[in-house]
Design a protein around this ligand. Sequence first.
Ligand code: SF4
Length: 193
Amino acid sequence: MNVNRRDFLKLSGVSAAGAAVLLFAEETHALTSDLKQLRIAKAKEVPSVCPHCSVGCGLIAYVKDGNLLQLEGNPDSPISEGSLCPKGASAMQFAYEGIGKPNPLRELKAKHRKPGADHWDVVELDWALDRIAEKIKETRDKDFIETVNGVTVNRTEGLAHMGSACVDNEEAYLMVKLMRSLGVVYLEHHARI
Ligand code: SF4
């Protein structure tokens, strides 16, 4: 069969359209299969509120057969519009504690990812704590500022500290005391991020 340039373009267009339809059908099939396998499929959605702090972000609890399967941000919440801070995003851990069950997703070992690595190595907890202390000391020494315009400031701008809505007054006092003694000026709170 002789195929001129015009016929070739027409045939290519038909083939491309056919391939696109096939691809779409395959993707739709894959998506439908995934939906069928979702753990929360057919679970009841119960709106709730994050218990961790007074910001009051909205949660959705997925419940099936009397079991809590998942907690996630509620996009209908006028306060948080579906987002949660790291504390709220780990609310499932709180729920596991409440029912006295171990969280199957909880990490029980210290892990370290070397610079440039694409995986995490399990390390001893003592090694991890020493490493954190070393890096804090190294960073503080490198970035420590003693004076600004002749005024003593004794601070480091190379470190920051993240607080928590769940600590009590005494814990917050100790955290701030430790950070100020290191010269840390950037103290943040997770609910603001
Ligand atoms: S800011 Fe975080 S801890 Fe506070 S209510 Fe929202 S998700 Fe919960």
